[in-house]
Structures are given as C-alpha cells and as structure tokens.
Design a protein around this ligand. Structure first.
Ligand code: B12
Length: 212
C-alpha cells in the first residue's frame, strides 16, 4: 500500500521526480484525484508557506516545491478536465500584474474545463489592459482573476475600473480568488463572485451562467 504522506514530503522537499512518480503510482492504484490534491498536495503547499514565513525556507526552496507540485499535478489534469460535456460558457483566466503565482489559477482552469467551460488562460503577471483585450478577443462570459499577494490584490479593482471605463462591465461576470482574497474584498471591489477554491470557482461560475 502506497504511503501518500510521501507525496506531501516530496513536494515540500522539492523533489519533482519523486512527486510525479508517487502520483502516477497512486493513480495506478486507483487513488481518488480529489483526495490526492486536497489531502496531500495543497497541505504540502500550506506547509511550504508556513516554513517560508518562519524563515526556515527561502525563495529557492519555495520555487522547487512549486515545481514539484506542478509536476505532480500533470497526470491529474486530464482527470480533472475529462468529461467532454457541452461548453457551459467562455472564461478568460489569469493572475494579476506583479504576481507570479499560478498553481491555484491552473487548478481553477482545469476544474472549469472539467465542468465544460471553454477556458482561455492568459497567464501570470497580466496587466489590466490585457485582461480587457482578452475579454473582447474571446467574447468571454466570465473573467476569472487570481491574486496570491496582498500587494497585488488591488489590481483586481483596477481591472474592474477598466472594464467600466471601456463600457463592457455589464457584459461580463467577474470572479476573483486566491489565498488572500475574501468574499468581503470581492464585495468591496464590486466583483460578481468569489471562490475560495477551484471547486467553488466552478459552482460560482455555473450559477453566474444561470445553471445550478
Ligand atoms: C508556491 C509559492 C510561491 C512560488 C509560486 C510558483 C508558482 N508557479 O505559482 C514562488 C516561489 C514563485 C513564490 C514567490 C513569491 N511568494 Co509565494 N507562495 C507560494 C506558496 C508556498 C504556495 C501557493 C500555492 O501554490 N498554493 C496552492 C494553491 C492550490 O492554492 P491557491 O493558490 O491559494 O489557489 C486556490 C484558491 O486560492 C483558489 N483560487 C486561486 N486563484 C483563484 C482564482 C479564482 C477566480 C477563484 C474563484 C479561485 C482561485 O483556488 C485554488 C485551488 O483550490 C504560498 C503559501 C500558501 N500557502 O499559499 C506562498 C505565498 C503566497 N508567497 C508569498 C510571498 C511573500 C512571495 C514572494 C513575495 C517572496 C519573495 N520574497 O520574493 C514572491 C512573490 C513573487 C511574485 N511577484 O509573485 C506569501 C504571500 C504573503 C502575502 N499575504 O502577500 C505566501 C502566503 C507565503 C507566506 N506565508 O509568506 N511563491
């Protein structure tokens, strides 16, 4: 029987080859992808954050852990986005300017794809004007914006203001998320929805599209 605590440890240690190997092995043994993510992988990133705050980890260790997490997520992606249902709506997704965090954003994208949304991921460190351009280019129904730093959260308000100025605010539903983002922050800046994790990103998006 595979010891899944080793997956958590491999991610914290930044051992990407081992993290991938354990994930693949776990999938062969029919482990539940949601359990792998929620019970072992996300808690690993939380621990990395704690170690960073305690100054036991520094930037390079955090980066190696992030790579290991992303590597371990690779085989899970097709399972999260596997159902091939009818398109539910078009989403533009990105991380705000000044912010390089993308693991959570990517998970939101995979889950939305899995729920039948057509997802256009425009990446990290995205200036507000690029979000506006992408909304137009892809004729999006939903704009999903991620921020992981308290210093970059205000960019979300900049995006909303720019949508207003461009006269297209009414045409798009804006949802926000990321570890420091809260429902009250979302309300304060006038976003249409907030999701605390990738699963709620799907339920909020579905309800904004008028589907339960
Ligand atoms: C990995 C990591 C990094 C990696 C990122 C690599 C990558 N490719 O993403 C690297 C090493 C690059 C990094 C850099 C930095 N980081 Co960093 N990082 C982290 C860490 C450890 C994990 C983040 C993560 O991936 N979590 C796992 C994912 C799955 O969770 P998530 O992102 O929260 O996403 C979930 C939800 O929030 C939600 N969600 C996310 N986006 C969206 C969007 C929508 C629309 C919705 C609905 C939902 C949603 O769904 C997701 C899935 O469930 C966190 C600590 C932590 N526990 O969060 C620190 C952390 C975020 N980083 C921090 C800091 C300080 C930095 C640096 C400034 C460090 C430095 N001195 O340079 C730099 C900033 C670089 C920059 N300009 O962005 C601080 C932020 C403090 C703050 N409150 O502002 C944290 C909290 C660490 C800490 N405890 O101090 N970091």
């Amino acid at each position: 029987m595979l010891e899944l605590s080793k997956l958590r440890a491999a991610i914290i240690d930044g051992d990407d080859a081992l993290a991938l190997e354990i994930t693949n092995e776990a999938l062969q043994q029919e482990a539940d992808p949601a359990e792998l993510i929620n019970k072992w992988m996300i808690p690993a990133m939380d621990e990395v954050g704690r170690l960073f705050e305690a100054q036991e980890f520094f930037f390079p260790e955090m980066l190696l852990a992030a790579r290991a997490m992303q590597r371990a997520l690779e085989p899970l992606r097709p399972l999260l986005a596997a159902c091939g249902v009818q398109p539910t709506g078009r989403v533009v997704l990105g991380t705000v300017k000044g912010d390089l965090h993308d693991i959570g954003k990517n998970m939101v994208g995979y889950m939305l794809e899995g729920a039948g949304f057509e997802v256009h991921d425009i990446g990290i460190d995205v200036p507000a004007e690029k979000f506006i351009e992408a909304v137009d280019t892809y004729n999006a129904d939903i704009l999903a914006v991620s921020a992981l730093l308290t210093t970059t959260m205000p960019e979300m308000k900049v995006i909303l203001d720019m949508l207003n100025q461009a006269g297209i605010r009414e045409k798009i539903q804006v949802i926000v998320g990321g570890a420091p983002v809260t429902q009250s922050f979302a309300d304060e800046i006038g976003a249409d929805g907030y999701g605390e994790n990738a699963g709620s990103a799907v339920s909020v998006s579905r309800s904004l599209m008028g589907k339960s």
